[in-house]
Design a protein around this ligand. Structure first.
Ligand code: RP5
Length: 163
């Protein structure tokens, strides 16, 4: 099974990126977690991205805050799908990271999720890998069914409360 790389620009991003790690665990997807910075360790970013495919990765999740160029730097150095998580780590409440991550030029896509939306990044990666993995596809469908059940339960509780 292909692995997913969870990359963050700083260890201070871990509290946000933990959501991706938890979701990958829930989906039983093998993963690697690394701190690699587009600005502070640019050579390492290039090396990881350019060898990711041959190292067995199927998707890369990049979380970064402030002038968040991490996802773009990875996208520039591989053709694997790169999912960007803009992180709220600045006085601009993550809007800086959102714009830095989402506004990629034509030809170099980064699939960008919501500010701090790391769990959705993991789910997107799971959906990509599930295209060629039936067991993972079944786990995704089961996850959706559990989610639906939770909402139906809450709806019933709210209805009872206001009956
Ligand atoms: C970004 O700057 C990182 O992704 C992090 O969100 C932010 C702050 O990094 P630290 O100064 O806490 O290492 O590059």
């Amino acid at each position: 099974m292909k692995k997913v790389a969870v990359i963050m620009g700083s260890d201070s991003d871990l509290k946000t990126m933990q959501g991706a790690v938890d979701m990958l665990r829930e989906m039983e997807i093998p993963f690697t977690v690394r701190v690699i910075s587009a600005h502070r360790t640019p050579d390492m970013a290039r090396e990881f991205a350019s060898t990711a495919e041959e190292n067995g990765f199927g998707a890369i999740i990049c979380g970064a805050g402030k002038a968040a160029h991490l996802a773009g730097a990875f996208a520039a150095n591989c053709t694997l799908p790169v999912i960007g998580v803009p992180i709220k780590s600045s006085t601009l409440d993550g809007l800086d990271a959102l714009l830095s991550t989402v506004q990629m030029p034509a030809g170099m896509p980064v699939a960008t999720v919501a500010i701090d939306g790391s769990a959705n990044a993991a789910l997107l990666a799971a959906q990509m890998l599930a295209l060629s993995d039936e067991a993972l596809n079944a786990r995704l469908k089961a996850y959706r069914a559990r989610q639906t059940e939770k909402v139906l339960k809450k709806d019933a509780e709210i209805q009872a409360q206001f009956a």
